[in-house]
Design a protein around this ligand. Structure first.
Ligand code: SF4
Ligand code: SF4
Length: 295
């Protein structure tokens, strides 16, 4: 927590056998869409011993990215809350470095590896087992006292640590996220048909944009957040003080006409170092074109 994480928990590094059938069905139904990497290393995803020999403990941390200033939505196209922040995987990995050093000093010949969207690790399942959140019906990790606007970092280590209690489900009879989703992507509780998710269709390179998604973009041009905004637990979300995740201040002045006339030079200024930049100017302008069809 001193290193700036919002939550941290430990779990014994036993295989995730309870997810075996779920993951097999996920792949059989081709819910991974064009993200072929989800098909690779399926056995490693379910068994951390195959990633780090002698692993004893999995550590999960949460990093808050909830923005202090919400961009105006009136007469505007909408970006998800994480989009204006700088790219998170290398940054969070660097935040985890001191933790790795700390762990290596706690025993002899301790080996550890860290992952932030960077390997065959089921981050959300581990976050739940580590007791720092549960996977809501929209499939995103929710922390009971902070909501769901978090990135997850994972460490595997050969150091044995006393495990925390895994978190239980607190969705209850609520289904607000499923009702709010404009494309029906959360077609069953706790399951997401990625092919119909606005986030996938707008963000991922080469992801197709099916007609049913295109007609229901609700002005989204990069990412979505509709299901997360509908979740009652996000009333506990607190703005992050970490400037790495803060938007370029001039994004708050953008309105629809400015997006439509966005030049490549302006795009480069507004999105330097972000995942929007990585995804590219052409993709954002394509999404703006699709969102305009729904005006
Ligand atoms: S991000 Fe948007 S499209 Fe995807 S599941 Fe949530 S509400 Fe539906
Ligand atoms: S909106 Fe309700 S059902 Fe959906 S994740 Fe939040 S608490 Fe769970």
């Amino acid at each position: 927590m001193e290193l700036g994480f919002s939550a941290c928990g430990f779990a014994a590094a036993d295989p995730l056998d309870h997810l075996h059938d779920f993951y097999r069905h996920f792949l059989e139904e081709e819910r991974q869409a064009t993200m072929a990497y989800l098909q690779r290393y399926a056995t490693q995803r379910l068994n951390p011993e195959l990633l780090l020999s002698g692993v004893k403990t999995v550590i999960a941390v949460l990093v808050n990215y909830y923005p202090p200033v919400l961009l105006p939505e009136e007469d505007n196209f909408i970006l998800s809350k994480y989009a204006p922040g700088k790219r998170y995987p290398p940054y969070i990995k660097s935040k985890m470095e001191p933790l790795l050093w700390m762990i290596s000093g706690l025993g002899e010949n301790v080996h550890s590896k860290s992952y932030v969207d960077s390997g065959p690790v089921l981050e959300k399942a581990w976050a739940q087992r580590c007791g720092i959140g549960w996977q809501g019906k929209h499939t995103i990790i929710i922390n009971r006292s902070g909501g769901s606007y978090f990135y997850i970092g994972i460490i595997l280590t050969t150091l044995e640590l006393e495990p925390d209690l895994s978190e239980t489900d607190h969705c209850g009879s609520c289904s607000k996220c499923m009702e709010a989703c404009p494309t029906g992507a959360i077609d069953r509780p706790y399951q997401l048909d990625i092919r119909r998710c606005i986030t996938y269709c707008t963000n991922v390179k080469n992801a197709p944009m099916p007609e049913e998604v295109r007609k229901n973009l609700k002005n989204r041009i990069y990412g979505c957040d509709i299901c997360q905004d509908a979740c009652p637990y996000n009333r506990f979300a607190k703005p992050t003080p970490d400037t790495h995740f803060h938007a370029h201040p001039e994004l708050a002045n953008m309105r629809k006409k400015d997006w439509i006339n966005l030049s490549r030079e302006r795009f480069d200024e507004l999105f330097a170092g972000t995942s929007v930049e990585e995804s590219g100017y052409e993709r954002l302008m394509r999404n703006i074109g699709f969102a305009r069809e729904g005006e």
